[in-house]
Design a binder for this molecule. Structure first.
Ligand code: CP
Ligand code: NVA
Length: 313
């Protein structure tokens, strides 16, 4: 049984295959009749809001010939205390895959351990791997156009991540950068350095110390090929909003900060954005902002992820 709970659940060779497949799926969208998920139903269990993830998965399952089933946590008995393990066992009798967005990362691991169908992490407080694969594919499309080697084009590139450097997106980008052979510099408030949980995971994967952390945003973006940020108040952190906005104000991606990266650097953001907080509108509107390519590519990359998981099932 193969799951996709964290970036390193696929090997570099498998990620290279996945990116090539995503490029092909993107190029042939609407022209090919896919049947990889024919007669299958994949359930989405979501405990948090979503625009991109929910829609791209529902459309993607449909385009692969399957049937998406959206289950808000509070609409099923899980929201009333039925155990994660029993939920996994029961749903495994009905559906062919589970796509899960929740708070505690341990919940996706427990679902995967108890069920008998593939589980995809659609965001936890700890990691957001579907987004990171999509982001890397989106960069690679720029760096390896017209049939070039997408995966190899990432090697040696530098990403600077500014703002909430302890959030799921930052964690996932640290893990992803190491898997893709990229360098990553994080710039955020002193108390937001990578957590013991992330450092432990990096050590287990053989990537110990595979990042730079600084409190100076200009130092982080120097020589960067990509400047990346995410919201300062992730879902579940709303009570900390006032403190976070004050602490993170020096890390806003302004035109000046973006200009301190390489002259051909791209700006990226997983969205939703809060213009005037983690990024200024002029940067979102910059011709080198590729945020909507990122959003679109969720569809193509996730179709590739589901195809590989279904094939390996
Ligand atoms: N980027 C992302 O995961 O967006 P949603 O929260 O809208 O799914
Ligand atoms: N860090 C954000 C990402 C949203 C896609 C959150 O968890 O709310």
């Amino acid at each position: 049984m193969k799951h996709f709970l964290k970036e390193t659940d696929f090997s570099p060779a498998q990620v290279a295959e996945l990116f090539d497949l995503a490029r092909n799926l993107k190029a042939t969208r609407g022209r090919e009749i896919a049947s990889v998920l024919k007669h299958q139903t994949w359930a989405l269990i979501f405990s948090k809001s979503s625009t991109r993830t929910r829609v791209s998965f529902e459309v993607g399952i449909h385009e692969l010939g399957g049937n998406p089933l959206f289950l808000s946590k509070n609409d099923i008995q899980l929201g009333r205390g039925e155990s994660i393990e029993d939920t996994a066992r029961v749903l495994s009798r009905f559906v062919h895959g589970l796509i899960v967005r929740t708070y505690d990362h341990a919940e996706v691991e427990r679902l995967a351990a108890a069920g008998t169908v593939p589980v995809i992490n659609a965001l936890t407080d700890f990691l957001h791997p579907c987004q990171i694969y999509t982001d890397a594919f989106t960069m690679a499309e720029r760096w390896a156009p017209s049939g070039g080697d997408l995966f190899a084009s990432l090697r040696g590139r530098k990403i600077a991540f500014l703002g909430d450097t302890a959030c799921n997106m930052a964690n996932s980008w640290v893990l992803g950068a190491n898997l893709f052979g990229m360098k990553i510099s994080l710039a955020g408030p002193a108390g937001f350095a990578p957590s013991a949980d992330l450092n432990g995971l990096l050590a287990r994967e053989g990537f110990a110390g595979g990042y730079d952390f600084t409190t100076d945003p200009i130092e982080a973006v120097r020589d960067a090929d990509v400047v990346y940020t995410d919201v300062w108040v992730s879902m579940g952190k709303e009570e900390e909003k006032r403190d976070r906005l004050a602490l993170m104000a020096p890390y806003s991606v302004t035109g000046e900060v973006f200009a301190a990266a390489k002259p051909d650097a791209y700006f990226m953001h997983c969205l939703p954005a809060h213009p005037g907080e983690e990024v200024q509108q002029e940067v979102l509107d910059n011709p080198r902002s590729i945020i909507f390519d990122q959003a679109e590519n969720r569809l193509h990359v996730q179709k590739a992820i589901m195809t590989l998981l279904a094939r390996r099932d």
